[in-house]
Design a protein. Structure first.
Length: 282
């Protein structure tokens, strides 16, 4: 039993190290980095995965943390580790300081796990046109089966820009900067600019979201939109939308869609709009 205990220290390591040249069989030590896939397989609650600068393939992160012992993926140099797209399937996971995009993925950064967070990332240049199943720079969605049953996710301090290819003229309702589709999502301190659809958009099962201190600029539809419809529709209730700035968006600064009598009640406090297509600021 003693020999077994000594043989498995790496699976409980507090820190794992990833590099573009990392090994599939490496220990993930600082001088023996491993791949993203191996670090994900070895991660346990409380593990921090430190990612070196460079280009990586699209990734699905399945390892989960726990309350008080999160799994943290951290780019050692802000926005210097690049992924075309990332899906966070694990619960209690943080994904911090990465560069994600310059690809045709339908969702560039997909936060599926409960209590998981996207923090301080640069999400940009999504090369898709409006249509199909829709697109988003960052999406808070469901878990595993896409059934919009996720909850308690956070999208904090990200720069999201240039989402979708096409005119920003109010014609696109399917490609958005940040998209929330589940309840209890916090969207805070983000900058969203030049999406061909809405800057920050809620649909499906989104309810009891908190959207605060975001700046949405030059988007092709509304700056922020609280709505409901389609699979898992929740009536778009319980939103707290405060201290957001919406500038130069094609349509409303802030809107509720599409049947306002079936949405809410929601709370809007101290939001500011300027030079949008319509002057409404709720």
């Amino acid at each position: 039993m003693l020999l077994l205990a000594l043989a498995l220290p790496s699976t409980a390591a507090a820190q794992l190290n990833v590099a573009p040249t990392g090994s599939e069989s490496g220990s993930c030590a600082r001088l023996d980095p491993c791949t993203v896939q191996r670090a994900d397989a070895l991660a346990r609650p409380g593990t921090t995965i430190v990612v070196a600068p460079g280009a990586y393939d699209s990734a699905v992160l399945r390892s989960s943390g726990a309350r008080g012992a999160r799994v943290r993926w951290v780019s050692v140099a802000k926005w210097r580790a690049h992924f075309p797209s990332v899906a966070i399937e694990g619960h209690h996971v943080d994904f911090e300081r990465f560069d994600v995009g310059n690809s045709s993925a339908g969702i560039l950064l997909n936060v599926n796990g409960n209590y998981s967070r996207a923090i301080g990332n640069h999400v940009h240049d999504q090369k898709v046109r409006c249509g199909g199943n829709g697109a988003a720079g960052i999406e808070a969605q469901g878990w595993e089966d896409g059934g919009y049953r996720g909850h308690h996710q956070q999208i904090i301090g990200n720069l999201v820009e240039d989402i979708g290819i096409g005119p920003r003229d109010g014609t696109c309702s399917l490609a958005h900067g940040i998209y929330t589709a589940v309840p209890y999502v916090t969207v805070a301190n983000n900058i969203v600019r030049r999406a061909i659809g809405v800057g920050i958009h809620a649909w499906h099962a989104a309810a009891y979201n908190t959207w605060v201190n975001n700046t949405v600029v030059d988007n092709g539809s509304h700056g922020l939109m609280v709505g409901n419809g389609d699979t898992g529709a929740s009536a778009g209730r319980g939103f707290y939308v405060a201290n957001n700035v919406a500038v130069g968006n094609h349509d409303y600064a802030i809107a509720e869609c599409c049947d306002s009598s079936a949405i809410g009640p929601n709370t809007y406090v101290d939001n500011l709009g300027w030079d949008n297509g319509y002057a409404r600021v709720v």
